[in-house]
Design a protein around this ligand. Structure first.
Ligand SMILES: N[C@@H](CCC(=O)N[C@@H](CS)C(=O)NCC(=O)O)C(=O)O
Length: 247
């Protein structure tokens, strides 16, 4: 009998979405799990005490007896950090081939994840929420597309891997922000969307983004209206902070 898995998540958190995508991809290969929605504005007391001392989502309890998610067993293993969890899920369900065996491909996948996390995520974040120039985002999109298999549809060609899992929530958020022009400098979002989706220099990136958005484990797992609402609040908060800092 497989060990129990409980995922502590939050519906609009991109890091938690990575683990939800990985689990959904592993489902045909036997993954079964329980989800517990953590209210990040009002976290339950048990969470930091017994699941994740960093008090962040995602986290997983693995193994131990079957217990209600709000009463985690001391006997279960507690694991946090989305990058660790995504690899853990790939390791638990090797038939999913989310992390193929070939050492060179594994290294390439990990390098791609590093670029996604250290270049693409900040490029999206700084442009969307802080009103930075889109140059860093464009440079990151170019770097991402140079690493992609030329034919695709995925990073590693025909096989969907944790490389795709790890960038998917951020490509989804970028598209939602740009298409709805929910960015720090209104008007800029639509322009950047046109550039990224129509300019020949981003053709491979645009094709990849469309494939990611159409993947069932990605599409429909995060309500876009909540992402838009959350982005508006975050943009307004950063603007207030900038005004306060300048005063
Ligand atoms: N490096 C972490 C980042 C996780 C993270 O920042 N999660 C946010 C929500 S998106 C969180 O739980 N923040 C705690 C809080 O809001 O108090 C990971 O990859 O898992």
């Amino acid at each position: 009998m497989p060990e129990q898995i409980t995922l502590y998540t939050s519906e609009t958190c991109p890091w938690a979405q990575k683990t939800r995508i990985a689990l959904a991809e592993a489902k045909p290969f036997g993954a079964k799990w329980t989800e517990f929605e953590v209210d990040l504005k009002n976290k339950p007391d048990f969470y930091a005490k017994t699941v994740n001392p960093a008090s962040k989502v995602p986290a997983i309890t693995y193994g131990g007896p079957a217990v209600p998610p709000d009463q985690p067993s001391p006997e279960s293993i507690k694991i946090a950090e989305s990058a660790v969890l995504v690899e853990f899920i790939a390791d638990l369900f090797p038939q999913s081939n989310l992390l193929p065996q070939d050492p060179v491909l594994r290294a390439k996948i990990r390098f791609f994840i590093d670029v996604a996390t250290t270049k693409f995520v900040p490029g999206w974040f700084q442009f969307t929420f802080k009103g930075a120039s889109p140059d860093a985002l464009y440079a990151a999109a170019e770097q991402v597309q140079e690493l992609l298999d030329p034919e695709g549809p995925w990073f590693a060609g025909e096989q969907f891997t944790i490389a795709d899992v790890s960038i998917a929530p951020f490509i989804e958020r970028l598209c939602v922000n740009l298409q709805n022009d929910v960015v720090a400098n209104p008007g800029e979002g639509s322009k950047v969307f046109k550039e990224l989706s129509e300019a020949p220099r981003f053709a491979r990136f645009a094709k990849y983004a469309r494939a990611i958005l159409g993947r069932p484990s990605v599409s429909g797992t995060t309500p876009h209206e909540k992402l838009i609402e959350g982005s508006r609040v975050r943009i307004a908060t950063f603007k207030q902070q900038a005004v306060a800092a300048a005063a």
